[in-house]
Ligand binder design. Structure first.
Ligand code: 13P
Length: 276
């Protein structure tokens, strides 16, 4: 079994003013142990990156952004480059979230360029994939997810810095999560596809998070699956107690089902070291 470290990230989406975010982080610091059982990141809106970087100072929590542009600089009004995110304290960036695909038309070439640029800037990437309800009902899940992986991830990339988040669109913000069997089936498929692109050894070390209505009461069943290495959490990451509980459960499941907590791959350790 590859030594994958569990990884739980909170995607705040377009939520929280500065005052609300400080309150949330205070609650999180109080609720979490100093030694975190898995890798943990919070992904606030852009305006909160810098102040949240200060809030996590002295903790093992890392910072992620929710999007990036693919160019290093230039006339792209309203955009931010990967280097800017890195300078603001980010360790990670989410790319290809279904809300970006759905509302902002992101796909294919754009996503591949974003992943390439983010990795080149030294960021870890959380690359999101997932099918709509119509696609699942039409038995297109694997085709859609496979296509989303192929459109953005290519073998030249440093796989150890890429996390894939499987987020079925029908489970996001709906309170309706995938069953552990559904999640495991797609996660295993994703790992097999990653093995085709990056080779079995690299694929075995890559983290695959589940996302979509993850809450404290369903987290254990989902993260108990062998190929579910953590969670990308939306709504529940806005409640300090719930997010802390999900992190705790992720640690328990990592130890229980996957042997001792892995040290992670070299790329994952580099990300850790970057923050020190
Ligand atoms: P919810 O946890 O609110 O369903 O959101 C999931 C998500 O989209 C995380 O990126």
């Amino acid at each position: 079994m590859a030594a994958r470290r569990g990884f739980v990230a909170g995607n705040w989406k377009m939520h929280n003013t500065l005052a609300e975010a400080r309150e949330l982080m205070k609650g999180l610091r109080e609720a979490l142990p100093k030694e975190l059982p898995v890798d943990v990141a919070v992904c606030p809106p852009f305006t909160l990156l810098y102040p949240m970087g200060r809030e996590i100072d002295g903790t093992a929590i890392k910072l992620g952004a929710q999007n990036t542009h693919f160019e290093a600089k230039g006339a792209f009004t309203g955009e931010l480059s990967p280097a800017m995110l890195k300078a603001a304290g980010c360790t990670y960036v989410i790319i290809g979230h279904s809300e970006r695909r759905q509302h902002f038309g992101e796909r294919g070439d754009v996503l591949r360029r974003k992943v390439t640029a983010a990795l080149a800037a030294g960021l870890g990437v959380i690359y999101c994939v997932g099918e709509t309800l119509g696609e699942r009902d039409a038995r297109m899940t694997m085709g859609v997810v496979g296509g989303q992986l192929n459109e953005a991830l290519v073998k030249e990339m440093d796989a150890s810095r890429v996390t894939v988040a499987y987020e079925p669109v029908w489970a996001i913000g709906t309170g309706r999560n995938a069953t552990p069997e559904q999640a495991q089936e797609v996660h295993a498929f994703i790992r097999s596809r990653l093995a085709l692109t990056f080779g079995p050894e690299a694929a075995g070390g890559m983290r695959i998070q589940y996302g979509g209505s993850v809450k404290p009461d369903n987290a254990a069943a989902l993260m108990g699956c062998p190929d579910v290495d953590g969670a990308l959490v939306g709504g529940a990451s806005l409640v300090a107690g719930d997010f802390a509980r999900i992190i705790e459960i992720a640690g328990t499941e990592a130890r229980r089902h996957k042997g001792t907590q892995g040290e992670g791959t070299k790329g994952q350790r580099d990300e850790e070291a970057d923050r020190r």
